[in-house]
Design a binder for this molecule. Sequence first.
Ligand SMILES: Cc1cc2nc3c(=O)[nH]c(=O)nc-3n(C[C@H](O)[C@H](O)[C@H](O)COP(=O)(O)O)c2cc1C
Length: 133
Amino acid sequence: MSGIERVCEFLDAAQTYYLATVEGDQPRVRPFGTILLYNGRLYIETGKVKNVSKQLAANPKAEICAFNGGKWLRVAGELIDDADRAVKVAMLEKMPSLKAMYDPDDGNMQMLYFKNATATFSSFTEAPETFEF
Ligand SMILES: Cc1cc2nc3c(=O)[nH]c(=O)nc-3n(C[C@H](O)[C@H](O)[C@H](O)COP(=O)(O)O)c2cc1C
């Protein structure tokens, strides 16, 4: 399994990760759960109306962190908007509960993928493992 596949599998299993963005000199963090591996890119989903979306539009630098099964994962990089409708459809197919809140054509649903990403798996017992994508 490739590094990006392992990252997606870990985030699927963890169910919740925490997404940090930057607003001026203030870090902002919140829980997220959406994750999709599509055409070799790792995507998250949000709504354009949210502050998180506005922060990423002003500064795409972001980091996510999740903990599961004695290991934690951090992915640092940039989150880039992708307006491709097919990615939105794929996200809604993977996580159908999102359909209660989002539609590919609602003007709000937003898919962002990691660019220049460094993913690090850590634990208290093993050496860190790093992947770039
Ligand atoms: C477990 C959990 C998972 C969540 N997943 C997402 C998600 O994938 N995308 C999203 O936009 N909001 C998600 N939310 C809601 C956001 O955390 C919430 O809207 C947050 O306030 C957004 O950050 P902001 O207020 O800085 O814009 C989730 C909330 C919880 C509790």
